[in-house]
Design a protein around this ligand. Structure first.
Ligand SMILES: [Zn+2]
Length: 294
């Protein structure tokens, strides 16, 4: 069995749900499953290095038989072994390594190297995650804007020229169907960078949710187009960006996920906030809910 030498070609960034491809490699995976690597795929995998958007749901068909894809993870190989998920020992882009999508199927699935497969990601699951991911980026931009006055030193700017609170404080981001959950650490290093953490940690009212919603409503009303642009080729490891042509300017945010094609597909984005404690560090949690157009 030969291991792939090139990154899996991925078609989900442009919105594709189905792909026909050839199986390059089949390997044993945890829980008695099989990891199936194909030359190309439409299946979005979860990336253990930054697991924001979960894997697509869907199936793989081989010779007319349908196999449920139980999970899909980013894997990597140097030609000697296949490393799945958090067992990948190198960063993306490391010379001599191929980054691939491992489709995990039941251990008794009759799929072999060389087989022709049809891959189909579930449309409803994908759409709900794309809604959640687009809303997540917009909410982070709106949050940066309403927190701009809480910086006492010049900070790195976001795509709209506001101090990038999201980039400076993000601890984790989880895309869920029609929404997201982002966690921001209000810690010492953020304070040293010039952000007034005490103002937020002491009083959640310091986050002007109404101003955020006004801004988000304006962006949705503009019906701005959204696209995912590749900064390289169509390989899994190539850098991609979320691009949205907002009235305030065209914004680009590095992103490996899937998205809507227009903000006109949304009817509302509603963020809400809570303070949680993570081992003595105050954490600001933003739960974002997005409503699609009926
Ligand atoms: Zn993203």
């Amino acid at each position: 069995m030969t291991l792939p030498q090139r990154d899996t070609r991925v078609t989900y960034p442009s919105g594709a749900l189905t792909a026909t491809s050839r199986v390059l490699h089949v390997a044993p995976a945890p829980d008695g499953r099989l990891a199936v690597i194909t030359e190309q795929t439409s299946f979005h995998p979860v990336d253990a290095a930054w697991p924001d958007q979960p894997a697509d749901a869907g199936v793989m068909r081989v010779a007319g038989i349908e196999h449920v894809v139980r999970d899909a993870v980013v894997a990597a190989t140097d030609g000697a072994a296949l490393h799945l998920g958090d067992e990948i020992p190198v960063r993306r882009g490391t010379e001599g390594w191929a980054f691939v999508v491992a489709h995990l199927v039941d251990g008794d699935a009759a799929i072999a190297e060389g087989d022709e497969v049809e891959i189909e990601a579930d449309a409803a699951t994908r759409r709900a995650l794309s809604i959640g991911h687009t809303a997540c980026h917009l909410a982070s931009l709106a949050l940066n804007r309403v927190l701009a006055d809480h910086w006492t030193k010049p900070a790195r700017e976001d795509a709209l020229g506001n101090p990038d609170f999201d980039g400076a404080a993000i601890a984790s981001s989880r895309i869920v169907p029609n929404g997201s959950i982002d966690r921001y650490r209000l810690n010492k290093s953020l304070r040293r960078a010039g952000f007034d953490t005490a103002a937020i940690a002491g009083d959640l009212e310091a986050v002007d949710v109404r101003a955020m919603i006004e801004r988000l409503d304006g962006w949705i009303a503009s019906g701005a187009p959204v696209r995912v642009e590749s900064e390289g080729g169509d390989g899994l490891g190539d850098r991609r960006a979320w691009v949205c042509e907002l009235p305030d300017g065209t914004v680009r945010i590095a992103c490996g996920g899937t998205h809507l094609t227009s903000l006109a597909e949304l009817s509302g984005i509603r963020p809400s906030f809570a303070l949680v404690d993570d081992g003595g560090t105050a954490v600001l949690e933003m739960v974002t809910e997005a409503r699609p157009q009926p």
